[in-house]
Design a protein around this ligand. Structure first.
Ligand code: 2HA
Ligand code: ZN
Length: 261
C-alpha cells in the first residue's frame, strides 16, 4: 500500500509542477483493495457512513484512497495522508466510511469517481485509478467547437508525434460542458470512458483511468504534449502538417495497438 500511496503523491507533485492543479483543482481516487494492509481492513470507522447517492454493487468490499475535499495537490504531494483518506465501502454498497488516517472528508466528486470505479470492476479490467486534472493546452483546445468531436481532436493529437498514438491508443473522448460535480457530467463521462482511457471535459479539464495513477497521468501527459506541439506550430505562424494517415495506420499495425477496450 505504501508504494501505491507514494505513486499518488508523486503524481500530485507532477500535476502541480505542470500547472494543471491550481488551488484545489483536480482529483485522484485509487482502488487499493488489493494492497491494503490487513490491520487496516477491519479498522473502526472514523466517520459516520456517508451516502454515495447511488448503489454501486461492484464496490462491495472495496477500499479506496480519495483526495480530500478542498485539498491542494501541492500539499498532497508532500503529505498524502493529511490531504486525502482511506475509505471503506459499506455492505449496502451505497455508503462509505473513512477508516484512515485522519477524518479528511473526500472530494465532492467522489460519487462520480466511484461510479466509474464500479464500472471498471464490473468490466473485469485491471484499472484501479481515476484522475481528474486541468491540463492547460487540452483545455484551451476544448474552447474551439472544431475540436469538440472525438474523432477530430484524436486525429489532430495522434498526428503530432508517433508516441501519442502509441501511448494513448484509444484516443480522446469528448464530453460537452456540464456543471462540475453534476450527475450529467458523471453520466456523460462514464459513457465516454467505455471507449477511451482519457476524456476531455469541454472548457474544464480531463478525466482519465489507468491500471495505476502513474499510467493515468502518463496518458494525459502524452495527449497534452501533442496539444503543446500543435499550439507551438500555430504560434510559429503555420498549421502543423501532421503525420499522414498511412504513417498513423503503420504505427497501429506495427505496434498492434488496441482500437477499442
Ligand atoms: O475537485 O477540479 O472540478 C476540484 C475540481 C472539480
Ligand atoms: Zn476540475
Amino acid at each position: 500500500m505504501k508504494n501505491t500511496i507514494n505513486q499518488i503523491a508523486e503524481v500530485a507533485g507532477y500535476l502541480w509542477q505542470k500547472g494543471w492543479a491550481e488551488r484545489n483543482g483536480g482529483n485522484i481516487t485509487v482502488n487499493i483493495t488489493d494492497c491494503i494492509d490487513t490491520s487496516l481492513k477491519n479498522a473502526a470507522p472514523m466517520s459516520p457512513a456517508i451516502a454515495i447517492g447511488k448503489t454501486l454493487p461492484a464496490l462491495h468490499g472495496q477500499f479506496f484512497y480519495a483526495k480530500g475535499t478542498g485539498k491542494r495537490m501541492r500539499d498532497l504531494a508532500r503529505l498524502p495522508m493529511e490531504n486525502g483518506s482511506i475509505i471503506r465501502i459499506t455492505d449496502d454498497c451505497a455508503h462509505y466510511e473513512i477508516i484512515a488516517e485522519k477524518p479528511v472528508m473526500p472530494t465532492s466528486e467522489l460519487p462520480s469517481h466511484l461510479e466509474i470505479q464500479n464500472y471498471l470492476i464490473e468490466t473485469g479490467g485491471k484499472y484501479r485509478a481515476t484522475l481528474h486534472t486541468h491540463p492547460i493546452e487540452l483545455v484551451a483546445m476544448s474552447h474551439s467547437p472544431r475540436f469538440l468531436d472525438s474523432a477530430t481532436i484524436t486525429h489532430t493529437l495522434w498526428s503530432m508525434i508517433p508516441e501519442t498514438l502509441a501511448f494513448a491508443p484509444l484516443g480522446l473522448g469528448v464530453v460537452p460542458y456540464a456543471l462540475p460535480g453534476s450527475l450529467q457530467l458523471a453520466d456523460a463521462t462514464l459513457d465516454e470512458i467505455k471507449k477511451h482511457d482519457v476524456v476531455l471535459w469541454e472548457k474544464h479539464g480531463v478525466f482519465a483511468v489507468g491500471e495505476n495513477i502513474i499510467e493515468a497521468f502518463d496518458q494525459v501527459d502524452v495527449l497534452n504534449k501533442a496539444a503543446v506541439i500543435y499550439m507551438t506550430a500555430q504560434n510559429m505562424g503555420f498549421a502543423p502538417e501532421g503525420m499522414t494517415d498511412e504513417a498513423i495506420a503503420d504505427i497501429q499495425r506495427v505496434f498492434h495497438l488496441p482500437t477499442h477496450r
